[in-house]
Each structure stands twice: as structure tokens, then as C-alpha cells.
Write a protein that binds this ligand. Structure first.
Ligand SMILES: Cc1cc2nc3c(=O)[nH]c(=O)nc-3n(C[C@H](O)[C@H](O)[C@H](O)COP(=O)(O)O)c2cc1C
Length: 325
């Protein structure tokens, strides 16, 4: 897959996920084969105000390349200024525009998926960002429409391509649907047939078999994985192998999962310090430690642990238990 001038060997991408897609998680997914990683969505207003917390969400390491930084906002001018700022300060490989976030706090202000109700605004934001950073490919991640009666695929795709957008990731649910029901992969196919730029299919891929079905059904150029990577960066080695026509490696053992969980904790602490890093890990424990006898007890103890030392001690117990399986 080629996005602008950027060539991607394995178009199996890690999705932007707010509160999840930080440096440690992105690195783990990259190490297991993710072809592009994305930051979580970042407010364009926060960027141009140079808000320290916002800018900390953009910072990345060279080892993460190719990386996309995702921005959201309601105004073409602010989005363009934010893109220029990111280009100058961070030089990511891709700038991605979020037209998919369904969270009311974001859409009420006209940002995220609000643009799905106003294709003229979508054109204006997209063109402004493309013009602001002519040397960086600008991509879009979007939902299929605001509600079932207002599906905007494929029309929006054709318009985005005309604005100079270099690839589109489609999560084919509506905003109203949130995460209910299932993603309508036929819409990915409709989009693929309507545009020349790469189309990345997203939504409900949980395994290499799912990926294969999506690729066959939609002819999309790449796939993006969100929830299935939680506690399971290993999924990228499976998807990468199958994408390249090789047999899928066996699923991770409990020992591998426990070791990776410990490594993730270590990376969080190095990245954010002992207190914040270990607190950030609490939600991940439940995703890593499951599907083995006694997992629930370990999970509960980890979530209740008072500090990182206790967490490491419990994880050592899990590892020695897993060694005996
Ligand atoms: C916790 C969480 C946070 C998310 N944050 C973002 C985000 O910041 N930007 C975005 O475009 N999508 C975000 N998404 C949506 C995902 O990128 C993806 O489109 C969606 O989960 C569907 O893919 P999946 O079925 O592989 O999970 C988020 C999803 C989850 C579960």
C-alpha cells in the first residue's frame, strides 16, 4: 500500500485509541508487526494553544515510524494551523483527520463525526489541512454517516479524494450506532470501488480469518485493528503472517501474555513514572490476563494493588504459575 509517497510493506495498522494508543502500547504493537501506528486523537485547539498535555500526546520516538498523528477540530483555519505546527515540531509521516469520533463532548462543538452531517465543512477542513502541509500525506478516518438514513459513503470518499486526501480509513458504523450492531463491510467495498486512493477497512476484525474475509469481500488495501489489539499486541504477528501468505503462528501462551503484560508495565513506568505509569496499566491488566484458570483472581489483585511494586510481585506469581502450565 502506498499513501502519498509513503510505502507500507504490511498494511495492517494499529487504530488510534484515546487513552490507549500511547508510546508504550504503540511500540509493543509495532514490535509485533503493525505496519503503521497512530496517536490517539488530539485537539487542534489544544495544539495551537500549545497546551502541554496536548503536545505530550503527540510526542513520539523515531523507532515508531511510520506514525500518523490524528487531529480533530471544528474550524478549517484552526485545523490547518494545528497541522502546520505538528509538521514543524514533530514531522510525523502522516497527519490524519478524525471524522469518526461519536463522543457528544466532541461532536457538540462541530468536531469529530459532526462533519459527517455537513460535507461542505468536511471539504473545507480537509482542503485546508492538505494545503497547510503539502509535503505530508493527509489521511482521514471516518464513520459511514450520522445515522442509517444518512449514509454518506461513497459520496464523501469521492469528495475527500478531490480535496487531496491520500487515504481513507472507514469504520462502517454510523455515529448513532456507536459500537452497537456490526460494522457493514459492504460500505468499505462501495468506497473502494468509488475512489483511487487506498481504502483501509476497519471494524470488528478479531482474527486473521476475519481480516481475510474483509480483504476478500471489500478488496480494501489495508486493515486497521482497534479493540482486538487490547491486551493482545500479538495479533499483529498473526495478521502480518497471513497477509504475507504464510500460516498463522500459534496464539500466544499464557506465559507470553504475562511476560508482555509485565513488559508493558515496565514501559509505562519508564515513560510516565511509577505512579501515573502503574495507574495507566490498571485497565490493561484485564485485557492481558484472561482465559486461564485463576485469571480473575490475579486480575482483581492487580487492579487493587497499591503500587507498582505490588503489581510486579503479582505478575511474578502469574509468570511462575504460567511456567508450570
Ligand atoms: C477505547 C477506544 C478509544 C478510541 N479512540 C479513538 C480515537 O482517538 N480516534 C479514532 O479515530 N478512533 C478511536 N476509536 C475507534 C477505533 O479507532 C476503531 O475505529 C473502532 O474501535 C473500530 O475498530 P475495532 O472493531 O477494530 O475496534 C477508539 C476506540 C476505542 C475502543
Amino acid at each position: 500500500m502506498q499513501i502519498g509517497k509513503l510505502k507500507i510493506d504490511t498494511p495492517v495498522l494499529l487504530a488510534p485509541m484515546s487513552g490507549i494508543s500511547d508510546y508504550p502500547f504503540r511500540m509493543l504493537c509495532k514490535n509485533y508487526g503493525a505496519g503503521i501506528v497512530y496517536s490517539e486523537f488530539v485537539s487542534a485547539h489544544g495544539i495551537i494553544r500549545e497546551n502541554a498535555k496536548t503536545l505530550s500526546m503527540i510526542r513520539f520516538s523515531e523507532a515508531e515510524r511510520p506514525i500518523g498523528i490524528q487531529i480533530f477540530g471544528d474550524s478549517p483555519e484552526v485545523m490547518a494551523e494545528a497541522a502546520r505546527f505538528i509538521k514543524q515540531k514533530f514531522r510525523p509521516d502522516i497527519i490524519d483527520i478524525n471524522y469518526g469520533c461519536p463522543v457528544p463532548k466532541v461532536t457538540k462543538r462541530g468536531a469529530g463525526s459532526a462533519a459527517l452531517r455537513d460535507l461542505n465543512l468536511m471539504d473545507e477542513i480537509s482542503s485546508a489541512v492538505v494545503e497547510a502541509v503539502p509535503k505530508i500525506p493527509v489521511t482521514v478516518k471516518m464513520r459511514a454517516g450520522w445515522e442509517k438514513s444518512r449514509i454518506i459513503i461513497p459520496e464523501a470518499g469521492v469528495r475527500l479524494e478531490q480535496c487531496g486526501i491520500k487515504a481513507i480509513t472507514l469504520h462502517p458504523r454510523t455515529v448513532k450506532q456507536s459500537y452497537g450492531g456490526s460494522a457493514d463491510w459492504d460500505l468499505i467495498r462501495e468506497l473502494k470501488m468509488a475512489v483511487e486512493i487506498p481504502v483501509i477497512g476497519n471494524g470488528d476484525i478479531k482474527s486473521a480469518a476475519d481480516m481475510q474475509i474483509m480483504l476478500d469481500q471489500t478488496q480494501c488495501d489495508g486493515v486497521m485493528i482497534g479493540r482486538a489489539a487490547l491486551g493482545n499486541p500479538f495479533i499483529f504477528r498473526e495478521l502480518e503472517a497471513v497477509f504475507e501468505g504464510q500460516p498463522a503462528p500459534p496464539p500466544p501462551t499464557v506465559l507470553e501474555q504475562a511476560n508482555l503484560c509485565q513488559k508493558h508495565l515496565q514501559m509505562q513506568i519508564e515513560y510516565r513514572g511509577e505512579t501515573v505509569g502503574s495507574n495507566m496499566m490498571r485497565k490493561h491488566f484485564g485485557w492481558y490476563l484472561k482465559n486461564f484458570p485463576g485469571a480473575a483472581t490475579y486480575r482483581n489483585r492487580l487492579v487493587m494493588a497499591e503500587n507498582h511494586n505490588q503489581m510486579f510481585a503479582i505478575l511474578e506469581e502469574v509468570i511462575s504459575y504460567a511456567n508450570q502450565l
